[in-house]
Design a binder for this molecule. Structure first.
Ligand SMILES: Cc1cc2nc3c(=O)[nH]c(=O)nc-3n(C[C@H](O)[C@H](O)[C@H](O)COP(=O)(O)OP(=O)(O)OC[C@H]3O[C@@H](n4cnc5c(N)ncnc54)[C@H](O)[C@@H]3O)c2cc1C
Length: 279
């Protein structure tokens, strides 16, 4: 990080990486045929990471039979800074304000046998979203009525990459540990990774030791978060009515009567301060 500050950082937009090769001076090949050499390549290139592929080969994820619609709408009701979860059999909707509460972000998940691509860019018809949640209450229906533009995302389970670094390549965020969205922690984990990687590069005597220490410091925590997200979906989507009433009733009562105690179970997650994590 200090080196980058001293040398200045050059940002090249719209460059598609087609291949990455490890080595004393790793190479990044671009789709336009150009090739770049560097002392260190940090792969923050998400779910379909080329750097993960160079370190681990390809692995086949499996479709969880769940799809997520994502949309933003104007926050016309003036909702404050809180997240809301609406649950129903085999479906749930999470909504929360964005951009100084001018927008609401909506993530609506449904269990579905039909396959959907794992892509940020696949669009869907807003009517399909309305139809999937037509029997939800008026608050959800009003939000979905305001959706004009919606993306559909197939939810896949990926293993945490066994190898995060080697040959002056390193991965972070979704490139290393893609997660289902049921703990809402994917972006947070990417930020935490970035902080620890920077800390290790600043303190370790050489790059390969810094990269190895980075993986050691991060791996147990991200595995715990990914596993918690894998376990969470069924709680939201209970179909058998008595079980659903009991579980959702307990959640509602816990949230109203003892919200602090209910949240304490997540202290390991939300109470974690990466800047204070032992080196
Ligand atoms: C439905 C859903 C809901 C979610 N909700 C939440 C939430 O509430 N909270 C939360 O914290 N997280 C959430 N996440 C997860 C979060 O979006 C990701 O974990 C996070 O974006 C990962 O950040 P990243 O920087 O590792 O990768 P990305 O954000 O995917 O960034 C990767 C970047 O690399 C670029 N790239 C990829 N391949 C190439 C290439 N070959 N050449 C050049 N550039 C390339 C991409 O264009 C992109 O800009 C959700 C995810 C989903 C699917």
């Amino acid at each position: 990080a200090q080196g980058a500050r001293a040398a200045g950082v050059k940002v090249r937009l719209l460059q598609k990486v087609s291949q990455v090769s490890p080595g004393t001076r790793p190479q990044v090949r671009l789709a336009n045929g150009a090739s770049l050499g560097s002392d260190l390549v940090i792969g923050a290139d998400g779910l379909h990471s080329k750097v993960r592929e160079a370190l681990n080969g390809t692995t086949a994820p499996f479709f969880t039979r769940q799809v997520a619609w994502r949309a933003t709408i104007p926050n016309l009701t003036g909702r404050g800074p809180e997240a809301r979860v609406h649950m129903g059999p085999m479906r749930h909707v999470v909504s929360y304000p964005l951009r100084d509460s001018t927008l609401l972000n909506i993530v609506a998940v449904q269990e579905k046998a039909a396959w959907a691509a794992e892509s940020w860019t696949q669009k869907d018809d807003p009517m399909a979203l309305h139809a999937a949640f037509a029997d939800f209450g008026p608050e959800v229906r009003a939000m979905l009525d305001a959706v004009q533009d919606v993306h559909l995302w197939g939810l896949f389970r990926h293993p945490v990459a066994p190898v995060w670094q080697g040959g002056n390549l390193v991965i972070l965020g979704d490139a290393a540990h893609p997660t289902l969205p049921f703990m809402a922690q994917g972006a947070s984990m990417a930020l935490e990774d970035g902080w620890i990687l920077c800390d290790e590069l600043n303190r370790a005597p050489d790059v390969s030791e810094a990269l190895a220490r980075y993986q050691t410091r991060r791996e147990a925590r991200v595995r715990r978060v990914v596993e918690a997200a894998n376990r969470n979906a069924w709680k939201y989507h209970l179909s058998f009515p008595p079980l659903r009433w009991a579980a959702h009733g307990a959640l509602r009562a816990g949230g109203a009567i003892a919200p602090t105690r209910m949240m304490r179970q997540f202290d390991w997650l939300y109470g974690h301060d990466v800047t204070q994590a032992p080196a």
